[in-house]
Design a protein around this ligand. Structure first.
Ligand code: ATP
Ligand code: AMO
Length: 466
């Protein structure tokens, strides 16, 4: 038999069929000398394989070999699919394989820093096991991240990163279908692109340089170069000293920039259509992955409207005020007030996904366009999922003098961005765009409590390995 079957595809329909699978030996259990059960796992799906001693087919030695495999070894299993009379506990697949041949492709060391079974349990399962007197190790976040290669083998983590892949896939497909082109901007740049001190500085062959805090400057320059509509999926570096559940020092930015014909609402229209398409796709096409995540980290599906709610910053401030939270009308919202507003919006409008726009100019980056009717406000917006920010966006200043003035006022050394400012001297179309934090989208869509769960190899102020 040469055709491989995926463990996740083993269903009742294959009853009586011969199959060949490759996976990892997750757990081994011997029953006397004539029988052994091995749970084999492939990409987060598990199946029970039964090795029974039978003359001319399976020797007792083979049973012993199977029972003695080290956990996480890679095995090839050849056998017939059967349907047991009682429901199988502890595996994702409801069929078994009656093994005729078993090969160990690669042996794992006998003791591992993480037991995948322990690392896969939900908090509820851990509590129940502990109450039942079972001995088990609660695998903490640092142990998981220190041994990330093992940790990402759990079903929940396999699901998380397949969902992440789909977020990027839909982002790309949707934008290509809307006439955007994908660009790749430099990550080694001369100075800060967002302002502030949160930059990783480096020496660029004797010149001071830094890792890009965003593709902001170059995506706008691509618009000045007449691409019309651009997007990028790439790394973003922030040297911020943020020890929070939602800040990383390196994350993946999903950025877009486009010409605006009349109004910055055209940029918000893209947010609306892109994200409704994305959420629908995740709910309809990624149900197995969402279930895998939810089994370990239970969450409620995201509530969103067919047409995304748009709330003006002033209205948000008013809602908070009515709820007893005083906010400076020209200041920013802090984490707590963002959460509170998220709750109020859910109660009033029944959505956990919304856009807050017309932010005070003073709290936005230097390149943000002030509102024409009131320059204390700006043509800008943030987007929230479950009360936490996933997107910042805005119309940009395209008048070079104003841009230089705003940069200087925000403490940016204008000489480091002179080629950017010059781009607007050769005729620039009105334009705007936004940046999405990939890890935040996945974290918040799945109701997870920490951004490190949605970054494959997270980088935070205390971690640069593995
Ligand atoms: P941006 O995209 O604008 O950087 P963000 O979600 O990354 O948005 P910040 O603007 O950096 O967040 O900060 C927003 C709020 O998050 C701050 O007002 C503050 O309340 C909170 N915050 C940021 N960094 C920290 C930190 N290190 N510790 C505690 N709270 C923080
Ligand atoms: P901003 O700085 O708000 O905007 O970043 C855009 C989005 O990136 C995510 N994000 C982060 N994710 C993880 N760790 C961090 N430290 C972190 N900081 C930000 C958030 C945020 O909404 N140039 C603008 C975008 C634009 O206007 O086009 C920018 O970078 O989800």
């Amino acid at each position: 038999l040469k055709a491989w079957t995926k463990v996740g595809d083993l269903t009742h329909e294959l009853k009586g069929k011969e199959v060949l699978i490759r996976g990892r030996a997750q757990t081994m259990r011997a029953v006397g000398k004539n029988m052994a059960f091995i749970v084999v796992r492939e990409k987060g799906f598990t199946v029970q394989c039964v090795v029974t001693a039978q003359p001319d087919v399976v020797s007792k030695q083979m049973v012993k070999f199977a029972a003695g495999l080290s956990r996480e070894s890679i095995v090839d299993v050849h056998g017939v699919v059967s349907v047991p009379s009682i429901a199988i506990k502890g595996t994702t697949q409801q069929v078994e394989i009656q093994v005729s041949k078993l090969y160990c492709v690669d042996k794992a060391m006998p003791t591992l820093p993480i037991n995948i079974e322990d690392a896969s349990r939900s908090e509820k399962e851990i509590e129940e096991a502990l109450q039942a007197g079972e001995k088990l190790v609660r695998v903490n976040q640092d142990t998981r991240l220190n041994n990330r290669v093992l940790d990402i083998r759990t079903s929940a983590n396999q699901g998380i990163f397949r969902i992440q892949c789909q977020v990027c896939n839909i982002f790309r497909q949707f934008l290509l279908s809307e006439d955007f082109i994908e660009i790749h901007t430099p990550k080694l740049i001369a100075g800060s692109s967002e302002g502030g001190s949160a930059v990783f500085k480096l020496d660029y062959k004797g010149q001071p340089a830094c890792l890009a805090q965003s593709p902001q400057l170059h995506k706008q320059m691509a618009i000045c170069g007449d691409f019309g509509r651009v997007f990028e999926i790439g790394p973003v570096f922030r040297a911020e000293d943020s020890y929070t559940h939602r800040h990383l020092c390196e994350f993946t930015g999903l950025d877009i920039e486009l010409e605006i014909r009349q109004h910055y609402t055209e940029v918000m229209d893209i947010v609306d259509r892109l994200f409704v398409t994305m959420f629908d796709h995740l709910n309809n096409k990624c149900s197995k992955d969402l279930e895998a995540v939810g089994r370990q980290y239970p969450f409620e599906p995201l509530k969103y409207l067919r047409k995304t709610l748009r709330l003006k910053f002033e209205e948000g401030v008013q809602m908070l005020k009515e709820a007893g939270v005083e906010i400076d009308p020209y200041g920013d919202l802090n984490t707590e007030s963002e959460r509170k507003l998220g709750q109020l919006v859910l109660e009033k409008y029944g959505t956990e996904f919304y856009i807050l726009h017309r932010y005070p100019l003073a709290v936005r980056p230097f390149y943000t366009m002030p509102c024409y009717d009131d320059p204390k406000y700006s043509n800008s917006f943030d987007v929230f999922i479950r009360g936490e920010e996933i997107i910042s966006g805005a119309q940009r200043v395209h008048a070079p003098e104003l841009l230089a003035e705003r940069a200087q006022a925000c403490g940016i050394d204008v000489s480091t961005i002179s080629t950017y400012i010059d781009s607007f001297r050769y005729g620039a179309p009105p334009h705007g765009g936004f940046g999405v934090g990939l890890e935040r989208v996945v974290m918040l869509f799945c109701g997870l409590n920490n951004i490190r769960k949605t970054s494959l190899f997270p980088r935070d102020p205390l971690r640069i390995a593995p």
